[in-house]
Design a protein around this ligand. Structure first.
Ligand code: AMP
Length: 407
């Protein structure tokens, strides 16, 4: 199994939680405006682990960050609305331990009054400046309020912060991953380390620079790499094609040549668009109707830009996807936010949805695209972590997983 793989880490089933205080790091970083949560997916995703700990008679102390507060406590970053929503979803009272110090007197009082099967939610961990610096004091304070620790926040697992990593150094009891984390590790880990073949990786999105290590690592692991979206134009330019005023990362031309060479040397198929949907300008606002035309990848006029893959590219990509047994997709094939430029992404989404394969959507904008286009339910796994899943696909060991005790 791979380095982050499922079997090597303790999970919540390995813990005997009866009467014990379990600190659970969740990802409750949900969109909140004027106290109203507009999307509670992340809260819902955390429920299986929380329910398991309640059923086991644990005393469940939840913590999470929310947004990016800069100078300590700020009302708009309070987790109070999350406690209300969680109470509704769990059908039991979740005590909100409002405490500017996160683990100050108020939180400690709430913890002391807990019963077995009770749940409390601490205040935003980023109200403490040490959180993002992985400071020892806050890590120790978090460890002191509990017996055991569970990390179920995959979306934050690529960060070594007090609540995701530092705390484990001082936990006296056990540490484990939650079900959500375990599911992410199972899908992403298996895809990268032990894929059923053919393994087709699809990368798109805006910039090559954001995905350098992902491209290189996936080329090692996959059989076919499809590159579309904004990042494909840097590859096309590296091949000597005319890309007009398409998005380009001129610093990365050598890198793209290296990757094209690497694919050749490894005998891997690297597919780039052979035709493009182009427009004179980037749509502003993004969903505005605009004049488009399709041209071959060699001849984008100097004052036009490529904003989606053309029909022929879509067919070639779909053909490669059709026979895959494992598919990992990160990044849209075009400016999918505009209906006139969403076809390339739509056709890939359709092909992925119809493939007889394990299909994994690797976080970020591809999740938005697949959801917006109505294919979310047909995917095997949609990762809950954008940055974390990208780092996983880069082959990095994520600190929030690494620190958990082995089985
Ligand atoms: P990323 O966050 O890197 O996955 O990039 C997603 C964004 O890339 C989306 O907002 C798309 O609109 C944008 N994008 C996709 N294709 C292009 C393109 N050809 N030119 C400019 N932006 C693009």
């Amino acid at each position: 199994m791979g380095k982050n793989s499922k079997l090597s880490k303790k999970n919540v089933d390995d813990l005997n939680v009866k009467g014990r205080k379990i600190l659970v790091r969740c990802d409750f970083n949900v969109p909140i405006k004027d106290g109203v949560i507009s999307n509670d997916k992340r809260i819902v995703a955390a429920l299986p682990t929380i329910k398991k700990l309640i059923e086991g008679g644990g005393r469940v102390i939840l913590c999470s960050h929310l947004g990016k507060p800069k100078n300590g406590p700020e009302d708009k970053f309070s987790l109070a609305p999350v406690a209300v929503r969680l109470s509704e979803l769990l059908g039991q009272d979740v005590v909100f331990a409002g405490d500017g110090n996160v683990v100050g007197d108020n939180a400690k009082k709430a913890i002391n009054e807990m019963q077995d099967g009770g749940v409390i939610l601490l205040e935003n961990t980023r109200f403490r400046a040490e959180e993002t610096k992985n400071g020892e004091t806050f890590s120790k304070e978090l460890a002191e309020i509990c017996d055991d620790y569970v990390n179920d926040a995959f979306g934050s697992a690529h960060r070594a912060h007090c609540s995701t990593a530092g705390v484990t150094e001082f936990i006296k009891g056990e540490t484990a991953v939650g079900y959500l984390m375990e599911k992410e590790i199972e899908f992403l880990g298996n895809a990268v380390e032990n894929p059923e073949r053919p393994f087709v990786a699809i990368l798109g999105g805006a910039k090559v620079a954001d995905k350098l290590n992902v491209i290189s690592n996936l080329l090692d692991k996959c059989d076919t790499l499809i590159i579309g979206g904004g990042m494909s134009y840097t590859f096309m330019k590296a091949e000597g094609r005319e890309i007009g005023k398409s998005l380009v990362d001129n610093d990365k031309l050598d890198y793209c040549r290296e990757m094209l060479e690497k694919a050749k040397n490894l005998g891997k198929t690297l597919l780039l668009p052979v035709d493009n949907v182009i427009a004179a300008n980037f749509p502003d606002p993004i969903d505005v109707p605009l004049e488009i035309k399709t041209v071959s990848a060699d001849c984008i006029p100097a004052d036009w830009m490529g904003l989606d893959t053309g029909v022929e590219s879509r067919e070639i990509f779909a053909e490669a996807i059709k026979t895959a047994k494992t598919i990992v997709w990160n990044g849209p094939m075009g400016v999918f936010e505009n209906p006139l430029l969403a076809e390339g992404t739509l056709e890939v989404a359709k092909a992925v949805a119809n493939a007889d394969a394990v299909t994994i959507i690797g976080g970020g904008d591809s999740v938005a695209a697949v959801t917006q286009l109505g294919f979310a339910a047909q995917m095997s796994h949609i990762s809950t972590g954008g940055g974390a899943s990208l780092e996983y696909l880069e082959g990095k060991i994520l600190p929030g997983i690494q620190v958990i005790q082995d089985k």
